[in-house]
Design a protein around this ligand. Structure first.
Ligand code: FES
Ligand SMILES: [Fe+2]
Length: 381
């Protein structure tokens, strides 16, 4: 081999540099979307609503926790006074996440140089030499935050609008004799619209073929009124072997169910005896934390295997935790497997045409898109 050949290798022997990730087609953004399916799977959620970001018990006194609403990081912390506060999750000094810092009194301290932020996001104390500078007048953003029904709610949008909107009111969980409830949450690798489709679309009884929480669903009404889609199904609720252990079908008509997508929340109601709310926290295009509150009139429950009603306190403290563990969580975990698989399928096959038969799904998707466009329109204005 000549020296020249060594110095100038043949071009076809060169291994091209490739970045396989860069070449893999990706689903379109909302702006790129060509049809309704592509739009709904890339839409965010309108920030001018209260969103659940955690359970009250997730953030005890003296603790800071980082959460995310649609790619925006928020630091929650609870001061010595027991009050929950929500700040933009970045230190104004070097942009570290404040949520990895420490709570001191009612302030949140950045873990690097110890700058302390009060609940208004203002730098209240700097523990090191100021090098002859004045105390800087610096603030980070804050978010309206409240707690209700054991959930921490944050308003990521316009704080003025926050004053005019509330979290959903659930009278059954208030007062001296609240209904027994089952709180449960999941973080699924799926777009929020897939979860909204799943919880209101009873054509997926096949997925739950072992536990049969609903069977033979027939859509009996569907209407969109403003920012609400209301629908009902004739269906046998709680017909499965495990739910049959707990649910007292003699005391309630479990043959039909009303549902609503009351933007951005979802609910169901079975004969005013079994109800639930589903609240989503959209984290990004492929991650959603979903909070469920199921609640039941006391007479809906019976002691397993015996035809007798049970006292409310027994329902709350004994039956609910058991039902949560052996009935509700396993059932929703099946939905989690399905929506995560749907997300994977979407990311590979986003060019495929829509093959959706349930008209309710079309209505949910239209509402989700309309609200996101409403937000984008306002953001651009
Ligand atoms: S980076 Fe936060 S105090 Fe310096
Ligand atoms: Fe389901």
């Amino acid at each position: 081999m000549s020296n020249e050949a060594v110095m100038n290798p043949e071009p076809e022997r060169l291994i091209p540099l490739r970045n396989p990730k860069a070449e893999r087609p990706r689903p379109p953004t909302f702006e790129e979307a060509k049809n309704r399916r592509q739009k709904v799977r890339s839409a965010g959620m309108h920030p001018d609503y209260w969103y659940p970001v955690g359970w009250t018990s997730d953030v005890p006194r003296g603790k800071a926790v980082g959460v995310t609403f649609w790619k925006r990081s928020i630091a929650l912390f609870r001061g010595d006074d027991g009050v929950i506060r929500a700040l933009e999750d970045r230190c104004a000094h070097r942009q570290l996440k404040l949520s990895i810092g420490q709570v001191k009194g009612c302030n949140l301290t950045c873990t690097y140089h110890g700058w302390q932020y009060d609940g208004e996001g203002k730098v209240a104390h700097i523990p090191h030499d100021l090098f002859g500078n004045k105390m800087p007048d610096i603030k980070v953003g804050t978010f309206p935050v409240k707690e209700r029904y054991g959930i921490i709610w944050v308003f990521p949008g316009d704080p003025e609008v926050a004053k005019t909107r509330d979290v959903p009111v659930i009278p059954e969980l208030e007062g001296s004799a609240p209904w027994a409830s089952i709180p449960v949450d999941f973080t699924w690798n799926a777009h929020h619209s897939m979860i909204m489709d799943n919880v209101s679309d009873f054509s997926h009884a096949y997925l739950h073929r072992a536990s049969k929480p609903f069977v033979g669903a027939k859509l009996t009404s569907l209407e969109t009124v403003g920012d609400r889609v209301l629908l009902s199904y004739d269906t046998k609720v709680g017909a499965g072997p495990i739910s049959g252990l707990f649910v007292n079908r003699k005391t309630a008509d479990t043959n039909s169910m009303k549902l609503g997508y009351e933007y951005p929340y979802q609910w169901s109601n079975t004969d005013d005896k079994i109800k639930h709310w589903c609240f989503v926290l959209p984290i990004d295009e492929r991650t959603t934390r979903t909070f469920f509150l199921f609640y039941f009139t006391p007479e809906m429950f019976k002691i397993p295997l015996l035809p007798v009603a049970i006292p409310p306190s027994f329902a709350r403290h004994v039956v609910m935790p058991i039902a949560r563990k052996i009935l509700v969580r396993p059932l929703l975990a099946e939905d989690g497997v399905a929506v995560e698989a749907e997300q994977e399928g979407w990311e590979k096959h986003f060019e495929q045409p829509i093959a959706e038969l349930n008209p309710a799904i079309h209505e949910f998707q239209k509402l989700t898109i309309r609200k996101w466009e409403e937000h984008l329109g306002r953001a651009r204005a």
